[in-house]
Ligand binder design. Structure first.
Ligand code: C5P
Length: 233
């Protein structure tokens, strides 16, 4: 039986093979602890707590595969750990190869360690209702400008039409495999699906699904993990 109470397996791919130099810690970002647990463990726990995921595939630096298997031992759903690649896209491709029997695929950055389980289940519900591609998104609060190589402004984008997208991003598995077969790099998975001309739906994201990238993000994440500040739902 599927965890997610419906036809078709949901497999979550967790790219965690980045070095994360912007965080300034002396280890790959996904292994940096937040509230005492590595980000990767928090991200995987959040996926599993949603009750909507049947299997998790984690992609880590090759030298950390064994350690990660130990770290994620004993979870409620099967977790497969495979080596990632040089770029995020390569890591997701490695995960796709390990998720052959999936009907639906989520791709969820380990760095979004505090993502609420309720967001994961909302993404899966969209997929199960027949949506082929869905991403959590939030309105942007800053005005966004384009610049040239010299840093001179070349344009101002219309803020009301812009969204900052998060993960987990959800896809029909065959669609995502076809999109990856195109063989180009992208900073998120939905952009590859967009290139195929498939509509990508947005649903309301969560401020708690922010990507822990800078030392300031890490301070915020630590504060949110403080038991007295427990806001993660
Ligand atoms: O670098 P960025 O913040 O965009 O990374 C997003 C996610 O992709 C992180 O969880 C990171 O570990 C992962 N990643 C990966 N393989 C790479 C680069 C990044 O799995 N080669």
């Amino acid at each position: 039986m599927n965890n997610s109470h419906g036809e078709g397996r949901v497999v979550a791919l967790v790219p965690a093979a980045g070095q994360g130099v912007r965080l300034g810690e002396n280890m790959p970002k996904a292994f940096v602890p937040v509230g005492g647990s590595p980000m990767l463990v928090l991200a995987v726990d959040g996926l599993i707590a949603s009750g909507a995921v049947d299997e998790v595939v984690v992609m880590v630096p090759a030298e950390l595969v064994d350690e990660t298997r130990d770290l994620l031992d004993g979870t409620d759903v099967p977790v497969t750990v495979v080596p990632g690649g040089a770029e995020r896209t390569d890591s997701v491709r490695a995960g796709l190869r390990a998720a052959r029997d999936a009907s639906f695929i989520l791709v969820h950055d380990a760095a979004r360690a505090l993502t609420p389980p309720s967001l994961v289940s909302r993404v899966v519900a969209e997929l199960r209702s027949g949506v082929k591609a869905v991403v959590p998104a939030l309105p942007v609060t800053d005005t966004i400008k384009s610049v040239n190589d010299a840093g001179t402004v070349t344009g101002t984008l219309i803020r009301s039409t812009l969204r900052a997208v998060q993960t987990p991003q959800g896809f029909d598995a065959d669609l995502l495999r076809d999109a990856y077969a195109i063989g180009i790099e992208a900073t998120d998975d939905a952009s590859l699906v967009e290139l195929m001309g498939t509509a990508v739906k947005t649903l309301p994201g969560s401020p708690l699904a922010f990507k822990i990238t800078t030392p300031l993000d890490l301070m915020l994440a630590e504060a949110l993990m403080d038991p007295q500040e427990s806001v993660r739902a």
